[in-house]
Unconditional design. Sequence first.
Length: 148
Amino acid sequence: MEKDKERFLISILGEQKLDGETDKIEVLTAGNFMKKKDHYYIGYREYDEDNPETFFNNLIKVEGDMVTINRKGPMRSQLMLEKGRRHQCIYQTVAGDLNIGVFTKTLENKLHEKGGTLEVSYTLDFNTDLVSENRFFIKIEEKQNTAR
């Protein structure tokens, strides 16, 4: 049964512009992907580079022009991304919970039952002051069967 888990290869390219500087991150990991009714679900683990025993479980729910990212682990967060709308979201930090504004500029959902892509660009603000501009691109494809 374990071989049926994490059947998909998930590639994530992330970009954050903060104070005139751009930070990029690239993640390639195994994970889960499924369609249930009109929703797509992407699930994967994200490990802390400084502390490999620590990880976050990420679940991305995609329904039309709405993407919800739930991150569970040592600290939790939930981002709601809806094209053309601003949402208030909670982001847990060591110092306490932050209430941040998230405005989704673009959302391109090209997911289908065997994978596909999801691209989102959004801004984060704190007390209505712009904190950062962000973008991520996720590509999902079925893993090739490598068993011999």
